[in-house]
Design a protein. Structure first.
Length: 384
C-alpha cells in the first residue's frame, strides 16, 4: 500500500457553471469541465486512457461520457458510493496507474439540478431503506438531523455551535468570486432560519446549485512534464459499513475514523502535518463530526472549536476555503469539489482566499448519510 504514495499526481482541475447554468444539460456541462481540466494540464484528450465518474442523472456515467467526449479508456470505473465517490476514484486511479492499466485519467462530475428542477436531485428513491420508510424521513436531512441531535445530547453541542460552521463557510465564500452564496450571514440568521428538520434550519443545509468539475490525474513522471505544478496524491482511504442510520453502531462516530487512518498511513503523515481541510459539509453537523473523526479535536470538542473562529479565515485550521457545500456550491454531490479546491490552494492559485505556505492538505468526502467516507491527502513536490 505504501508503494502507492506519490505514484500519481493531479495535473489539471476545472469547474464550470457553478451556481446556475441555464441552457446546458449535465453531460454538456461535465464535458466542458473535462475539456477545461485537460487544457489546465496542457494535455490532449487523446492521451486519456482512464475514466471515472458517478453522475446522478446518468446511471452508466462512464459509458455515456466516453461516447459523448470521444475517448476510449482502457480502464473505467462508475463506482457509486454517494458524494464520496470521487475521492474513492482517486484511490482507484492510484491502483490502476500502479498496475499499468492506465496512465492519464479523468475524474468528472456534472449536474444542472438548480436550473432543471430547483431542488435537490438524488439518485436514490424515497424508500432509502424499507426499515425507515414508515417513519416518513426526508432523505438525507432527517438522517443527519438525528446525528446532530445525538451529538447535542452526548456532548452538549448547541445550535449556536452548528451555526458557527455555516458562518465560517460564508466568510470563506466572501473571498471566493465563484461562490454562489456570498452575502452577510450571522449566527442569529442561522439559528432563526426556517426549520427543515430539527435541529436544522434552512441555513444549516447545503445549497442547491448547478455545477460541474473535472480533474486530470496522471502517472507522476507524466504529470511532472505538464503545464501546471503537479499536486501529488500521498494517500487515500475508503471506509463504509452501513448504508442507513438504523444500521450504524454510533450516530456520533463515523467510518471517517477508518478512512482517515488508512490515508494517513499510506501518506506517512500525522494529523499535525496537515495544514488545511476540505470536507463535505452537506449539513453543519458534518464539519463538527469530521473535525473530531479525522483527529483534529477530541470527540465532543468540535462545536466549541468552530465557535472560537478556528476554521474561519485567519483561524489556525483553514476549512473549506472555497465556502464549501454550504456557501460555494452543492450540485447534488460535492465530493469532487473538495479535491479541486485542495489542488488550487496547493498550487497557490486561490486568490484572495489563498492560505500561505501550504504543502499538505486533507480532502474528505461523505456519501449517503455518512454511509461512506473517503479521504485523500495531497501534497506538493516538497512532500515527496
Amino acid at each position: 500500500m505504501s508503494g502507492l504514495r506519490g505514484n500519481c499526481a493531479i495535473a489539471g482541475v476545472a469547474t464550470f457553471g457553478i451556481g446556475e447554468t441555464p441552457g446546458f444539460d449535465a453531460m454538456e456541462a461535465q464535458a466542458i469541465a473535462a475539456a477545461m481540466a485537460l487544457e489546465d494540464a496542457g494535455i490532449d484528450k487523446s492521451r486519456v486512457d482512464g475514466l471515472f465518474g458517478a453522475m446522478q442523472s446518468e446511471f452508466l456515467n462512464t459509458l455515456a461520457f466516453s461516447e459523448y467526449f470521444g475517448i476510449a479508456p482502457t480502464f473505467s470505473s462508475n463506482n457509486r458510493i454517494g458524494g464520496s465517490s470521487f475521492l474513492a476514484h482517486v484511490q482507484e486511479a492510484m491502483a490502476a496507474i500502479e498496475a499499468g492499466l492506465c496512465s492519464v485519467a479523468l475524474i468528472t462530475y456534472g449536474s444542472v439540478q438548480r436550473s432543471l428542477m430547483g431542488k435537490l436531485q438524488t439518485a436514490v428513491s424515497a424508500a432509502w431503506t424499507r426499515h425507515e420508510t414508515d417513519y416518513g424521513p426526508r432523505f438525507p436531512v432527517s438522517s443527519y438531523a438525528l446525528m446532530a441531535r445525538r451529538h447535542m445530547h452526548e456532548f452538549g453541542t448547541t445550535r449556536e455551535h452548528l451555526a458557527h460552521v455555516a458562518v465560517s463557510a460564508r466568510k470563506w465564500a466572501q473571498l471566493n468570486p465563484e461562490a454562489f452564496a456570498r452575502g452577510p450571514l450571522s449566527v442569529g440568521d442561522v439559528v432563526t432560519a426556517r426549520s427543515v428538520s430539527s435541529p436544522f434550519g434552512t441555513l444549516d443545509c447545503c445549497l442547491v446549485t448547478d455545477g460541474s468539475g473535472a480533474l486530470v490525474i496522471a502517472r507522476a513522471d507524466i504529470a511532472r512534464d505538464l503545464k501546471r505544478p503537479p499536486v501529488y496524491v500521498l494517500g487515500a482511504g475508503v471506509a463504509h459499513r452501513a448504508k442507513h442510520v438504523l444500521g450504524m453502531e454510533s450516530l456520533t462516530t463515523t467510518t471517517a475514523v477508518e478512512s482517515a487512518a488508512r490515508a494517513c498511513a499510506m501518506a506517512r503523515v500525522d494529523v499535525a502535518d496537515i495544514q488545511m481541510l476540505q470536507v463535505y459539509d452537506a449539513f453543519t453537523i458534518n464539519t463538527i463530526l469530521l473535525l473530531e473523526d479525522l483527529g483534529f479535536v477530541e470527540k465532543g470538542a468540535g462545536g466549541p472549536f468552530v465557535a472560537e473562529g478556528r476554521i474561519a479565515p485567519g483561524g489556525e485550521l483553514p476549512v473549506n476555503t472555497n465556502g464549501g457545500g454550504l456557501s460555494c456550491c452543492h450540485p447534488g454531490m460535492y465530493g469532487l469539489f473538495t479535491l479541486i479546491e485542495g489542488v488550487r490552494q496547493l498550487r497557490g492559485e486561490a486568490g484572495e482566499r489563498q492560505v500561505p505556505g501550504l504543502d499538505v492538505a486533507l480532502c474528505h468526502g461523505v456519501g449517503g448519510a455518512f454511509s461512506s467516507n473517503a479521504t485523500c491527502i495531497l501534497g506538493t513536490e516538497a512532500t515527496l
